[in-house]
Design a protein around this ligand. Sequence first.
Ligand SMILES: [Zn+2]
Length: 289
Amino acid sequence: MVAAASGAVRRNVAACVAAAALFAGGCGGATPAADSAPAPAGTTPAVQTPTGGPSDSPSPSARSSGRSLAGAVVALDPGHNGGNGAHPEIINRQVDAGTLEKACDTTGAETNAGYAEAAFAFDVAKRLARRLRARGIRVVLTRKTNSGVGPCITRRAAIGNRANADAALSIHADGGPAGGRGFHVIEPASIPGYTAAIAPASHRLALRIRSAFRAGTGQPYATYIGSAGLDTRDDLGGLNLSTVPKIFVECGNIRNATDAARLSDPAFRERVAAALETGLVRFLRKHTE
Ligand SMILES: [Zn+2]
């Protein structure tokens, strides 16, 4: 994500691209990859299409442990992918994001030292998946490595939908203005024909995650976007196309020195995973009872 006008629902790709140019940002939706690195002939990988496997299922011991959340399903969507930047011909392809057409995926942001948002998001997702599975929760990931390309935002939403997830969480770090810091949660606007059915539950999920994230990580609410750690958007395909409760969490501003140092620290990423686990569990206990 990149910063735009504080609190504003962004409605056009051009504005986001312009902001991305200013902040070298990641933007969960609209930063096209540089088109200066064409793939060598014959090496273009297919857009990553993860499939379910044995690791997606709770272990027999977890399933039989009688914990109340066994059987719940969570879709985790680590933003971007490590190979996106090298394959603009794939990720810049325009897809139908519901309310608009936009790029299949984006490159994501990175720290000045070169720690990429895609790597951050994937590491947090792995840590969080481990924690949730230990509770008997079934976890579906939208990508299983950080070396592939994509998948497109359309497929990221479809994976959560197909799993009939009780909650879906897209994990990012923002590429905002260097002077701003903090985290924010993005919830879907209520759009008739798209998100109207999931908006109320997504809002409840957003509130649980916001509360647990602030308490568990000590991160302040974002100073440069949203309001009290919440933003509402209608231009993100990953939200527009979801049929299950879904939010994005922007864990910090990877372009800010203070946040970048935290996001680059494995111990902090474990705190992030623990906080997200707490928020998800609180939501699931209400949602599935
Ligand atoms: Zn992002």
